[in-house]
Design a protein around this ligand. Structure first.
Ligand SMILES: [Zn+2]
Ligand SMILES: [Zn+2]
Length: 408
């Protein structure tokens, strides 16, 4: 009995730690207890261990674990994918093998219906490669999204791929490509999630959550005779809670690892895919990718530091051209500088033509000294919050969802 209780506590602790590590670094949670715990767990604890290891073994354990960490998280490898599939297959297999004869047919029939989709969507997310930007599809990718002149400026070239970066793309050093509408690199499927396979990832989260809830329900269904506390009195009494505790211990004891253990694992970890899915629903509603949330968070911080300014493309272009044409003789060097800023910001007459429902002529810039760009003070207005900027990629919650569903 003691062993099973320890397993249950272990599973609970592990899922709590995973939750903190996964969600603590999200911009929205950075300044909450979850964010503090994440930093204690992922920053201060490793630093402390490193110091101890430095004294005890001269840092040998640190360098080995660093190499392992780099391989696991910074090199393209299927280790996490294999671990995930092993855990999924192992617990499902163990459960089905031991539970099947205790279940009625009506509860057995849905098992393949909930079990197969997570595998299918893992395969679809992992095997997808049309979101990699190559010389062959580069031209087409440039016409997917307009540049918003905040997060993405035209004319930025990827040094590795040697291609102009399309709006919303990001180079992934693990995949070795620039990825169209890159959301993030997911070690669970050993691939980047982006234009085309992001929807499969969402389906994976949803179907995995459903599988876990159904698995937990089946385990409960088998063990429910042991969980009967109807004679224990009112919910407020201490007897009730003692009885419930005893019943859970009994049930875990009777169910063993294959039924109670797997059921507990499924129940406690179902919050992970479903919580992640909820977060991605929020991102879709807000018209952002995970990659873009980080960029928006940086802009928000810079805006509260009062170093961000806004103008329009037309104003910047007409200013640059009058300066460099009309004032050339009087003010040649300055005129060139004006033109230089427009060029640096990628503001030119020509931009890829994109059929996108929203247009904006905004140009946003941050300056080092908190003053508007020199010689153009009249052109730029200081802005203080993200509300002063257009998110060109937000078509409205429902339309954003439809775009994702269509693989765009
Ligand atoms: Zn690249
Ligand atoms: Zn990647």
């Amino acid at each position: 009995m003691g062993v099973l209780k320890n397993i249950a506590i272990g599973i609970l602790t592990l899922s709590l730690l995973t939750f903190i590590a996964l969600f603590g670094q999200l911009p929205a949670l950075r300044k909450t207890p979850i964010g503090w715990l994440q930093r204690a767990l992922c920053l201060h604890l490793p630093n402390g261990l490193r110091a101890i290891d430095g004294r005890a073994t001269g840092g040998r354990i640190t360098s080995h674990s660093k190499r392992l960490g780099r391989y696991l998280f910074y090199e393209q490898n299927p280790v996490v994918l294999i671990l995930f599939l092993t855990l999924l297959t192992g617990s499902a297999g163990l459960f089905i093998w031991n539970a099947l004869y205790q279940l009625p047919l009506r509860l057995i029939l849905p098992i393949p219906v909930v079990l197969i989709p997570p595998y299918w969507f893992t395969y679809l997310s992992a095997a997808y490669n049309s979101h990699y930007i190559t010389p062959a599809n580069h031209k087409e990718r440039l016409h997917d999204y307009p540049y918003d002149h905040v997060l993405f400026r035209p004319g930025t070239v990827c040094k590795t791929c040697n291609l102009t970066k399309p709006a919303r793309s990001k180079h992934c050093s693990l995949c070795g490509y620039c990825v169209a509408k890159c959301d993030h690199h997911c070690p669970w499927v050993a691939n980047c999630l982006g234009r085309g396979n992001y929807r499969y990832f969402l389906a994976l989260l949803l179907t995995l959550g459903i599988l876990q809830i159904y698995g937990a329900y089946l385990s409960y269904w088998i063990l429910r005779p042991y969980l009967d506390v109807s004679n224990a009195g009112s919910l407020m009494s201490s007897e009730y809670w003692t009885e419930l505790g005893d019943a859970i211990v009994d049930a875990v004891n009777m169910g063993g690892l294959s039924i109670a253990g797997v059921g507990l694992l499924a129940a406690t970890t179902a919050a992970l895919p479903l919580g992640l899915l909820a977060y991605h629903c929020y991102l879709i509603w807000a018209g952002m990718t995970t990659n873009e949330t980080q960029k928006w968070a940086d802009w928000r911080d810079d805006m509260s530091d009062a170093i961000v300014f806004r103008t329009t493309r037309d104003e910047l272009l007409s200013h640059a051209s009058t300066r460099s044409d009309g004032d050339q003789e009087v003010n040649g060097a300055d005129g060139a500088a004006q033109k230089g800023l427009a060029d640096d910001l990628g503001v030119t007459e020509e931009e890829p033509r994109v059929s996108w429902p929203i247009r904006s002529s905004q140009v946003i810039v941050r300056t080092n000294d908190g003053r508007p760009p020199r010689g153009q003070e009249s052109l730029w207005t200081r802005i203080w919050c993200l509300g002063d900027v257009d998110n060109l990629y937000d078509l409205g919650g429902w339309d954003n969802l439809m775009e994702v569903m269509k693989g765009r």
